[in-house]
Design a protein around this ligand. Structure first.
Ligand code: GLC
Length: 574
């Protein structure tokens, strides 16, 4: 059997499914440019730094690179406040650097995905400056409202009780125009007015511009916020005692999020992407970021009449997996996703990004790696946040070092609840000074002190490391057809072990994945109803695993380390 499984592993590359598009077959990897690699000495990552590291993507087995925004920005929200949607910010480089990046990606068969921030611009964008001055056609490019009145001290009262995601009112008064403008995020991020068709056309043109420049698609930012109720009613309290009256969580966002009209905007953006795809003859992708309930999430795929995103990010493992989830709980999270997924829609799995605590921090290193294994082997595209491939941890950031507006606006006592700085610290390339991140002597956020031992170079040199596991996962995605399109079946074993298979007919390798949800070693019968063969071949898994690669594993008694995972290849019963 061992020989059969080994034979099955030979020539796998030939098996990749030619029907699938690149974004279905490849791992999509998020680069947070400020923190990835500094090509200079200012301690802030940039495009020349990314170019230096293009071979890292190839070696790691990544197919698509998504860059968080690199556009011109005053950096009040670190690039998510764009002051010119068609320019590269000098912090990140020049347009020539961008062009070189496109060429570098093309030369390596890598796809480049850009971040598109449709909900708002920067308050320093030319449109906003002209809108403040009521200069047409920009007058109604943003959401402007008269005050609700004047308070006792003579100050204008905001139109309603809406709050910003980062805390405090979602309205800021502009003396020049004698009106408030809406900002669902920082005051430096005024909300664009999508009820104005000119705004829609402007944004469509920006999509076209970057596709013409060589982008292979987009990640659309914060889309549930694109539209608000036109009657501007107060939002009701959430009555959640964990939020103070100024904090976003203190209200139920029934008038500022998930408004039914917004989906047609998304479908419109997809039309633009599709038209360009036809014109450019390149296959493109559109992914959307939407923190919302699962019913709304699925609307981003389309509504039966119109197609939407190729996929909205699946945040179910972020939202619903915790340290107490047992096997049945995880099965529910996963089956819930598939129960809601429209037929024919392509899935995806995300365990972290620049807005979420790192998965290793949430779950510890062992289960963090298990979650990454899940994200790569469950059906659909695996999305990786930079640093996950080496299981980077969250970094403690003091109040003094805090720069994220979401943390800063919460103040010294509560910043740690809201700050996203811990997951944004520089990538740990090596044990060299400054973790190999910069040739300078400072960095925009502190480097995690654990870089001396936790770094890419060390993990490449080690016989067993998160990086080595990650490389096996990306190879599996690329080469094992069962990981791309195999039938997905969850197994019910016991309350501590979550398991599933990705199965193809005998003759090609199928994959069995087991995850120990418990803090103790589990020895489990993975084949209680004899639907699998007796023996499989260990492919990869947690660092503490008792197995080594290519070792024969008896499926009736699989040993799983505490919180660890095992990936086993087998030949399905004929
Ligand atoms: C998205 C981004 C986040 C940003 C926000 C406002 O959620 O991922 O980083 O702060 O939108 O643009």
């Amino acid at each position: 059997m061992k020989a059969t499984a080994a034979l099955l592993l030979l020539g796998l590359a030939a098996l990749a499914d030619a029907q699938l598009d690149w974004w279905q077959k490849s791992v999509i990897y998020q680069v947070y440019p400020r923190s990835f690699k500094d090509g200079g000495t200012d301690g802030i990552g940039d495009i020349p730094g990314i170019i230096e590291k293009l071979d890292h993507f190839v070696e790691t087995g990544i197919g698509g690179v998504w860059l968080s925004p690199v556009f011109k920005s005053p950096m009040k929200d670190f690039g998510y406040d764009v002051s010119d949607f068609r320019e590269i910010d000098p912090i990140f480089g020049t347009m020539a650097d961008f062009d070189a990046l496109v060429l570098g990606c093309r030369a390596r068969g890598l796809k480049l995905i850009l971040d598109f921030v449709p909900n708002h611009s920067s308050d320093e964008h030319d449109w906003f400056i002209r809108s403040k001055a009521r200069e047409d056609p920009y007058t109604d490019y943003y959401t402007w409202k008269d005050p609700a009145g004047i308070n006792a001290s003579g100050s204008p009262i905001p139109p309603n009780n809406w709050l910003s995601n980062f805390g405090g009112p979602a309205w800021t008064w502009v003396e020049e125009r004698q009106q408030f403008y809406l900002h669902q995020f920082h005051a430096g991020q005024p909300d664009l007015n999508y009820r104005n068709p000119l705004v829609v056309e402007e944004m469509n043109d920006i999509l076209r511009f970057w596709l013409d420049k060589g982008a292979d698609g987009f990640r659309l930012d914060a889309v549930p916020h694109l539209m608000e109720d036109q009657t501007f009613p107060d939002e009701p309290p959430s009555n959640d005692p964990s939020y103070g009256p100024d904090q976003w969580g203190s209200l139920l966002h029934i008038y500022t999020k998930d408004q039914p009209e917004l989906y047609s905007l998304i479908y419109g953006f997809r039309d633009v992407v599709d038209q360009k795809q036809g014109e450019l003859g390149r296959s493109l992708v559109m992914m959307v970021e939407a923190y919302t309930n699962i019913t709304n999430t699925m609307l981003y795929y389309g509504n039966g009449t119109h197609v939407g995103a190729h996929f909205p990010f699946n945040f179910e493992l972020i939202n619903n997996l915790n340290n107490n989830t047992d096997a049945a709980g995880l099965r529910n999270v996963i089956s819930n996703w598939f129960n809601y997924l429209p037929s024919g829609a392509w899935s995806n799995w995300v365990v972290g990004n620049h807005d979420q605590p790192r998965v290793a921090g949430r779950f510890g290193n062992e289960f963090g790696l298990s979650a990454i294994i899940l994200s790569q082997l469950l059906p659909g595209t695996g999305v990786t946040y930079n640093g996950e491939e080496i299981n980077m941890e969250n970094t403690f950031i003091s109040w003094e070092d805090t720069v994220d507006p979401s943390g800063c606006q919460a103040g010294p006592d509560e910043y740690w609840r809201f700050s996203r700085d811990p997951e944004r610290t520089p990538f740990q390339w090596s044990a060299d000074s400054m973790a190999g991140f910069t040739a300078g002597s400072t960095t925009w956020l502190p480097i995690n002190e654990n870089y001396v031992t936790l770094n890419l170079e060390a993990q490449k040199a080690a016989a067993v490391s998160p990086y080595k596991v990650y490389q096996k996962l990306t190879a599996a995605r690329r080469d094992i057809i069962a990981v791309q399109t195999g039938e997905f079946k969850m197994l019910t074993l016991n309350s501590n072990v979550f398991a599933f298979v990705r199965e193809v007919p005998s003759g090609n390798p199928s994959v069995l994945v087991l995850v120990n949800m418990d803090n103790f070693v589990q020895v489990v019968d993975a084949n209680p109803s004899s639907t699998l063969p007796a023996i499989g071949t260990y492919y990869t898994g947690s660092l503490e695993s008792v197995y080594v690669e290519n070792e024969e594993v008896s499926l009736s008694s699989v040993n799983l380390s505490p919180r660890g995972a095992a990936v086993i290849i087998y030949d399905a019963l004929a």
